[in-house]
Design a protein. Structure first.
Length: 288
């Protein structure tokens, strides 16, 4: 893999890590180590109301317990608002983002029932070309997807991917009506600012990639390579998540936790200590 490798793990501190979180963390760490690169940690606490006090420190301690230590001090999104504001201002000045006065009820009424993973596709009501805010105050700020066309990319595991951004997603939110920064803008700004060359994350986040690539293009930022890992599913067949009550990671036996996470990535570990298991996993990852 050409160039300088910088990877990252970016958990949202809405609760402790669970088994699926450790799989994503381990995969990103292994990929960085296998390529002789750096591994960074970013706490994605931009949605502050959902982040209980102390959850971030608990996550740091959980990672340390299994030997996953970042190569630089972690960064917190909640401390990086000035970077996001500057990026949004650039987009607005370039005519690539605009204020939106619509409530969810307004969007539903204008768009009709078009659920997409529980979301409505925004019909472009407040686009400047359609008259803009028309005297109403802006509630949120959206990225203009007109001209995005079909976003195509090559995922290192999933292969060729594509999405017609404007028709399948619509003009997506960059700053929310509650004043909080949206994930899509924050992650793009942070990946560029931290020099991330490779994003390794769960397959459930693959759908975000077209929006992020579009923002990277609009802001003139580098585009990382992407690798989306298999999800860990619960007994009901759904993805393990904090939202559906996934149990906190059991770290009473760190070696067992590492072996289980590695198994979900197709790696069978035999080493007898966590440190040896990580070294063994790096070697196996190189051969995948």
């Amino acid at each position: 893999m050409a160039g300088r490798y910088v990877g990252r793990f970016a958990p949202s501190p809405t609760g402790p890590l669970h088994a699926g979180s450790l799989v994503a963390a381990l995969a990103s760490w292994l990929d960085a180590r296998a390529h002789g690169g750096r591994w960074l940690l970013r706490i994605e606490d931009v949605d502050t109301p959902r982040c209980p006090p102390g959850a971030d420190q608990l996550i740091l301690s959980q990672l340390a317990a299994v030997g996953l230590l970042p190569d630089a001090p972690p960064v917190w999104q909640s401390q990086r608002g000035a970077l996001y504001a500057a990026a949004l201002q650039r987009l607005v000045e370039a005519g690539q983002a605009y204020g939106c006065a619509c409530s969810r009820r307004d969007i539903a009424a204008a768009a009709g029932p078009q659920p997409r993973h529980g979301e409505l596709i925004y019909p472009g009501t407040c686009r400047p070309a359609r008259g803009g805010l028309q005297g109403r105050p802006a509630r949120a700020w959206r990225a203009l997807t007109e001209g995005a066309g079909r976003i195509e990319w090559q995922d290192r595991r999933l292969g060729a991917q594509a999405q017609a951004l404007e028709t399948e997603v619509g003009d997506f939110v960059l700053k929310r009506a509650d004043g909080l920064w949206a994930y899509q803008l924050a992650v793009v700004v942070d990946d560029a600012e931290q020099g991330i060359s490779d994003v390794v994350r769960g397959e459930d986040l693959a759908d975000n990639t077209p929006r992020q690539r579009w923002l990277q293009q609009l802001l003139g930022l580098p585009t990382p390579r992407y690798l989306h890992t298999p999800l860990v599913l619960g007994a009901n067949g759904e993805k393990l998540s904090k939202q559906n009550g996934a149990a906190a990671l059991d770290l009473s036996d760190p070696l067992a936790a590492l072996r289980d996470a590695a198994g979900h990535l197709g790696l069978r570990l035999h080493a007898g200590t966590p440190a040896d298991a990580l070294a063994e996993a790096v070697s196996l990852w190189r051969d995948l």
